[in-house]
Design a protein around this ligand. Structure first.
Ligand SMILES: Cc1cc2nc3c(=O)[nH]c(=O)nc-3n(C[C@H](O)[C@H](O)[C@H](O)COP(=O)(O)OP(=O)(O)OC[C@H]3O[C@@H](n4cnc5c(N)ncnc54)[C@H](O)[C@@H]3O)c2cc1C
Ligand code: FES
Length: 382
């Protein structure tokens, strides 16, 4: 079993932590247990704000404050205290790979029993649905359909020929490799269990893989799919309203989430907002209009940010329209996907409107270069 030495992690306005490796020469963190000087830690699940003394772990401070923080071994070996680091910076003392995998850590998870705050922090222990883990597969697939969803988005259907079964949660993504192009992350647009894998791939100016898909990929091509990855998936046991916001090909994971919620007969209202620049950027509008007509819980609103000429559609930025429509976000979970600028603006707006960070599940479609710059991993690197 791999053991991890002390490391420091921080999370500011970024969605994911930016790890800084502390070398063994740095030695263990000096402890002064119970010191009154320390950092405030907000525990989102209860809303409590506790003082964590210098050198005291978040778990120790929470238990001292009478908070029933989930835990087991208290030594970084069982994973029972796994939590989201929502804000702030911590030092993680040694722990086992079983308790916290690198992929989880890179996605912003920590072990509360090993985490000593380096600043004011906000953490949330995992809810039941956060614990879903699907086996990672490498699939051999074949292109069985490819068509234009819009002028710049291709809809690609893949049949799995080997490597399955491929299980995933609605909203997750995979690392997809078309022959002759670098691997890129793309979100499954089909709900789990569908016979074909569906991807929506928008051509990006100057892009490698998306241009390859737009111009070269044809029926019968072999495609490698590795996954699933990602934590922005449908929380199936949640019963509050669902707010789903998609921009462009961000409709892919949102389609999977909405279709799965309907297939499971989840009873709550589902507010689906789909933003595009102009009419030609919209797709699957009839599909979602038909779903909304058949399911009274679903409301579908296409929004144009920059329409050419007169339109009967709603106009403006998609997240602002959603925010304006929904006065009460109490108990709501939001799923957001698409261009980073939209996802970041939507997340900011919803947090400012009082939605808790653990209720915002966002996938910003960063490019591989942007991910590298921010020290994040793509599916291909996980
Ligand atoms: C979790 C996740 C899910 C995603 N899901 C989808 C999806 O469902 N559908 C979808 O369409 N997209 C999705 N994406 C985006 C996708 O992974 C690709 O980033 C996108 O298709 C562009 O890839 P590309 O190879 O065409 O472009 P790239 O070759 O990566 O280039 C992208 C841009 O970066 C520029 N660039 C290239 N190299 C550099 C460099 N070294 N320095 C600076 N700039 C550079 C290029 O000029 C171009 O403008 C997702 C991304 C993530 C992270
Ligand atoms: S309580 Fe076991 S890993 Fe934290």
């Amino acid at each position: 079993m791999e053991l991890h030495a002390t490391r420091r992690y921080c999370l500011g306005s970024q969605q994911f932590p930016l790890p800084t490796t502390v070398s063994a020469a740095d030695g263990p963190v000096e402890r002064c247990k119970g010191s009154r000087v320390g950092h405030l830690v907000k525990i989102t699940n209860t809303g409590a704000e506790i003082a964590c003394g210098v050198g005291v772990t978040i778990l120790e401070a929470a238990l001292d404050a009478g908070i029933p923080y989930p835990h087991g071994c208290q030594s970084g070996n069982c994973g029972a205290c796994k939590s989201h680091l929502l804000d702030g910076a911590v030092t993680l003392d040694g722990y086992s790979d079983f308790a916290l995998m690198d992929e989880e850590r890179d996605r912003g998870l920590i072990l509360a029993c090993r985490a000593v705050p380096d600043s004011a922090c906000e953490v949330a222990w995992l809810d039941e649905d956060d614990l879903i883990v699907h086996p990672r597969r490498i699939l051999a697939t074949t292109v069985v359909a490819i068509d234009d969803a819009t002028h710049d988005i291709k809809r690609v259907l893949l049949a799995v020929s080997s490597g399955g079964p491929f299980t995933f949660s609605a909203g997750q993504f995979a690392s997809v490799t078309f022959d002759g192009a670098p691997p890129r992350d793309y979100s499954m647009a089909n709900p789990p269990g569908a016979s074909l894998l569906e991807f929506h791939i928008r051509r990006m100016a100057g892009g490698n893989t998306s241009a390859h898909v737009a111009t070269q990929v044809k029926l019968g091509d072999k495609v490698r799919v590795e996954g699933p990855f990602g934590t922005s998936y449908l929380r199936e046991s949640h019963r509050g309203p669902i707010l789903a916001i998609a921009g462009g090909s961000g409709l892919a994971p949102i389609k999977s989430i909405v279709e799965q919620a309907l297939a499971l007969k989840m009873p709550q209202p589902i507010h689906l907002y789909f933003g595009a620049r102009d009419e030609r950027g919209l797709y699957l509008v009839e599909h979602f209009a038909a779903l909304a007509a058949a399911h009274p819980t679903l409301r579908f609103t296409p929004v144009l940010s920059d329409p050419e000429g007169a339109t009967t559609r709603r106009t403006g930025f998609v997240h602002e329209i959603a925010g304006r429509d929904l006065a009460d976000l109490d108990g709501c979970k939001a799923y957001i996907a698409g261009p980073p600028v939209m996802v970041e603006a939507a997340t900011r707006l919803l947090l400012a409107r009082g939605l808790r960070r653990i209720d915002v599940h966002a996938d910003a479609f960063y490019t591989a270069a942007e991910m590298q710059e921010a020290g994040r991993k793509t599916g291909a690197q996980m």
